[in-house]
Design a protein around this ligand. Structure first.
Ligand code: RM4
Ligand code: MN
Ligand code: MN
Length: 426
């Protein structure tokens, strides 16, 4: 953990320049009728959960290059998220994947979470890998399997995830289903859907009344001919059949190239079924790169839809769970997460700047150029001083990545945990 004094000292050399930039931006925004301080409050409030499996280096199927000092236990993973949250004040919860993170010492974990000001975001089930002591294989699917015993095992695993999360205060269960088929004819497509629906209904039945069940979709991988839940439409129909506590989860990397993600986000929000996000960057598919690294404009457009919907009085308020779902091979995973959160907050801040009244006017008048210019004005505003000020007001570092490096955090983690410690995950 970093001390308050350390954070203060890390910020000190950056303060003069920060004030200069912040005051300039605040004045500029004031001229446009926007109040920097109320924007900052919204940024401080915005929290992005960190998945336990992003704290170690993720590999590709070709190789893995560990960073050193990776967390070896759930406790160490929580400590890493605590560190991130100290640096940016924007990551106050952690998502767990079962069985990678089966909680053992419940009282100890509760205490650790409380001492770090963290909570558990979501429980995530894993029926895409076989575990050693498992009776039945998921080679041919889990919730959609033709064999009832396999389905029952997968249902039970999901229920166990919920049970593991309850004493830790989790309120969300996320299902990502790897089920599908690799060859035409291998699986009866409609029946696979129906079996999945039935299995999900059994899990939903066990869901506590104050929990949400998030259903993720993905068009390909690990199955390449068909995935049982390939798209948001399928996920949406499953949620509809389950009940109000079931919601669609949008993982930015789970779309085919060129999908208009912001549009489907808007649709789901309008339909009252947008339950959560897995943020990551993607060039081709499930690449799990740093959020907003290659397509910052797309990330901005997604936030633009979210902010627009939130300000639309005709839509019911939605509680959307925001999480990063990334897995890095080349970067220090903690630096990557700090960058992702930074890009997410930047996109959100820019979306808050959009002049919505002027945009609506331009849209109604079919003034294409004016409408696009309004979005560009917001997108091209350098909001970094706003985000930095939000970090500072939350007690964090003006520049989290720089502070992380200046405090030699990775070196300390390597010294504590060793050069070859490996975190669970992909
Ligand atoms: C999947 C999906 C899930 C995540 C696993 C590890 O591609 O994104 O959300 O739990 O990876
Ligand atoms: Mn995901
Ligand atoms: Mn994924």
């Amino acid at each position: 953990m970093l001390s308050e004094d350390q954070l203060h000292d890390l910020n000190q050399p950056l303060l003069a320049e920060h004030h200069l930039q912040f005051n300039y931006l605040a004045d500029l925004l004031a001229r446009r009728g926007q109040d920097a301080h109320s924007l900052i409050l919204q940024l401080v409030e915005f929290q992005v959960a960190i998945p336990s499996w992003a704290l170690g280096t993720g590999g590709t199927r070709f190789g893995r290059f560990p960073a050193g000092g990776e967390p070896r236990s759930l406790e160490e993973k929580i400590n890493d998220v605590g560190l991130l949250n100290q640096l940016n004040g924007s990551s106050n919860s952690i998502s767990l994947h079962i069985p990678w993170d089966i909680p053992q010492d419940i009282a100890g974990l509760q205490q650790l979470l409380a001492s770090q000001g963290l909570s558990i975001d979501s429980m995530n089930s894993n029926t895409f890998q076989d575990q050693q002591d498992q009776a039945h294989t998921y080679k041919f699917g889990s919730l959609s399997a033709t064999d009832r015993a396999v389905r029952e095992q997968a249902i039970q695993h999901n229920i166990d995830c919920i049970r593991h999360g309850q004493p830790l205060g989790a309120k969300v269960h996320t299902v990502w289903l790897a089920d599908g088929s690799n060859f035409p004819g291998q699986s009866h497509l409609r029946r696979a859907y129906l079996r999945t629906q039935e299995s999900l209904a059994a899990i939903y039945e066990a869901l506590p009344s104050d929990w949400t069940m998030l259903i993720e979709y993905k068009p390909y991988e690990p199955n390449f001919y068909s995935m049982v839940i390939p798209d948001w439409g399928t996920s949406y129909t499953l949620c509809q059949s389950l009940g109000r506590q079931a919601q669609v989860l949008v993982d930015l990397g789970h779309h085919l190239p060129n999908t208009n993600i912001e549009q489907l986000v808007g649709r789901l929000r309008q339909l009252g079924r947008l339950g959560g996000f897995h943020f990551n960057g993607s060039g081709y598919g499930d690449d799990d790169l740093t959020t907003g690294s290659a397509k910052p404009f797309q990330l901005f457009l997604i936030f633009n839809e979210l902010v627009d919907a939130n300000q639309d009085a005709s839509l019911a308020a939605a509680s959307v769970a925001y999480m990063i779902d990334a897995s890095h091979n080349t970067k220090d995973p903690l630096e990557d997460l700090l960058q992702s959160v930074d890009n997410i907050l930047g996109a959100y801040a820019k979306a808050l700047l959009v002049d919505r009244a002027a945009l609506a006017e331009a849209q109604d008048a079919n003034d294409t150029v004016r409408a696009e210019e309004i979005l560009r004005d917001a997108f091209l505003t350098d909001v970094r001083p706003l985000v930095a000020e939000a970090y500072r007001q939350a007690g964090g570092a003006l520049h989290p990545v720089r502070a992380y490096r200046a405090a030699h955090i990775r070196q300390q983690l390597v010294a504590q945990r060793g050069k070859f410690s490996l975190s669970t995950g992909l």
